[in-house]
Write a protein that binds this ligand. Structure first.
Ligand SMILES: Cc1cc2nc3c(=O)[nH]c(=O)nc-3n(C[C@H](O)[C@H](O)[C@H](O)COP(=O)(O)OP(=O)(O)OC[C@H]3O[C@@H](n4cnc5c(N)ncnc54)[C@H](O)[C@@H]3O)c2cc1C
Length: 419
């Protein structure tokens, strides 16, 4: 197949995986460039996904199987696009491949991690625990290969890993590489980051230990997370049975994200379920401006949780969060709109329903991209042959991201066939 009949997909989350798979299953070659050492994106960090509340690995497994079974899909991890030149049907792309220091001989036996003397913050768990510098990103990682974080290695520190590995899988001489690709169309699928809680000054600026984000709660509730699934407070490991959720933490706010992040209400409702299931004697209070559960989520999800008398919904924008000295409990101040009075309530832990912030602005692929006034990628201003998908255009759940990515695959096929 001619090189420029290929489709490049930047980002290997649910949107990017879908775009690549649909393109390849229609007969074209697809290449995924993913900056993490694994595929799956943010979905890999989620404990259960709405609305069925099954583990996201079920959905990801299916995608990974389709990739393994399709020789027309190639993927690079630890890779980032440096430059895209050219036009529809004929793009020249420069990709930087960062070294993994572990080659394809790796069988995932963990011997390197056991021998490794250095530790690093585990970003997969938002820094709530540590891994060795030689680590598997998470228990179901695809590719199932260890990676060595050279920044966390002390001098000669790869030596014990090298000696411990029976499979010749450690390669201390790996260097960054640059490769060139010729492709006919490009899909931007770099997804989102949780909104930075340090920017939320009235909500504690990320300084209060027992104020965590919704994505941190996903990791706390996950059986392969930092606490093996126990929902406990970061400050002292105490069971968190009295929890507040603060909605629109950064979203629908002209000083932060101007848009509604679409999934935060659904995520907090799901999180209320995690807490209530784990601790039958727990209490949850959700502080909201408006509860938004679009479409079928309303009856399949919201109504079910509303029936629980131990989940209290309070309409009001939180004005202040403070830490109690000594106990490290967290006090929330809010005006209860329906009662017309101010509330000051104290909780074991507070979860900020932080919204979705776009990733394109921080990456090099973002240099030629226009943004709408509300900060999303302006799809209509993209060069012909380049398509943005999923959460780049509008915050979305997995179902909407996957539908959008399937549409983008069709647009790519049309693009390369036009030439
Ligand atoms: C708390 C919370 C809970 C949620 N729960 C659910 C749920 O239960 N059900 C549901 O349907 N949805 C849920 N969502 C939404 C879901 O996470 C998104 O719909 C989904 O992540 C969108 O996938 P994506 O591929 O567009 O983006 P992402 O998952 O962000 O994937 C983007 C990928 O691109 C990569 N990337 C970024 N920049 C670059 C670059 N420059 N070069 C190469 N690669 C790059 C990233 O590393 C990542 O792998 C939840 C969201 C939140 C905040």
């Amino acid at each position: 197949m001619a090189e420029n009949k290929k489709v490049l997909v930047i980002g290997g989350g649910m949107s990017g995986l879908t775009a690549a798979i649909e393109t390849a299953e229609a007969g074209l070659d697809a290449v995924i460039v993913e900056k993490n050492p694994y595929l799956g994106g943010r979905v890999a960090q989620i404990n259960k996904y709405f609305w069925k509340l099954c583990p996201p690995n079920c959905g990801l497994e299916i995608q990974f199987k389709r990739i393994k079974n399709n020789p027309q899909i190639k993927f690079y991890t630890l890779a980032e696009v440096e430059e895209i030149k050219g036009e529809e049907g004929n793009f020249d792309v420069t990709v930087k491949l960062n070294p993994r220091y572990v080659n394809d001989n790796c069988v995932g036996c963990d011997a390197c991690a056991q021998a490794c003397p250095s530790f690093r913050d585990n970003e997969f768990n938002f820094g709530m625990d540590k891994t060795k510098a030689a680590y598997l990103p998470f228990s179901q990682a695809f590719p199932f290969k260890y990676v060595i974080d050279s920044k966390s290695c002390t001098k000669d520190c790869m030596k014990p890993c090298l000696e411990a590995c029976k499979y010749n899988a450690i390669d201390v001489n790996m260097k960054p590489e640059t490769i060139s690709l010729k492709v006919g169309a490009v899909v931007l699928a770099t997804g989102w980051n949780p909104y930075d809680k340090s920017k939320l000054d009235i909500l504690g600026s990320g300084q209060i230990k027992n104020v965590i984000t919704n994505m941190m709660l996903e990791r706390l509730a996950s059986s392969d997370g930092p606490t093996n699934g126990k929902i406990v407070r970061p400050s002292d490991g105490k069971e968190a049975k009295n929890i507040a959720f603060v909605q629109c933490a950064g979203s629908r706010d002209e000083n932060h994200l101007q848009y509604c992040s679409y999934i935060c209400c659904l995520a907090s409702l799901k999180h209320a379920m995690y807490v209530r299931e784990q601790y039958p004697d727990s209490k949850v209070q959700i502080f909201y401006i408006d509860i938004r559960t679009p479409g079928l989520y309303e009856n399949r999800f919201y109504w079910k949780i509303k029936d629980d008398p131990n989940v209290i919904f309070t309409k009001g924008k939180v004005a202040k969060i403070t830490e109690e000295a000594g106990t490290k409990d967290v006090t929330v101040e809010v005006e209860d709109i329906f009662k017309g009075s101010k509330i000051k309530a104290t909780f074991d832990m507070v979860v900020l329903a932080t919204g979705m912030d776009l990733t394109t602005k921080e990456s090099k692929v973002g240099t030629n991209i226009s943004y709408t006034p509300d900060g999303l990628v302006d799809d209509s201003a993209l060069k012909k042959g380049i398509y943005a998908v999923g959460t780049l255009k509008s915050p979305a759940d997995v179902a909407r991201s996957v539908q959008d990515a399937t549409g983008a695959a069709i647009k790519c096929i049309q693009s390369v066939n036009r030439r």
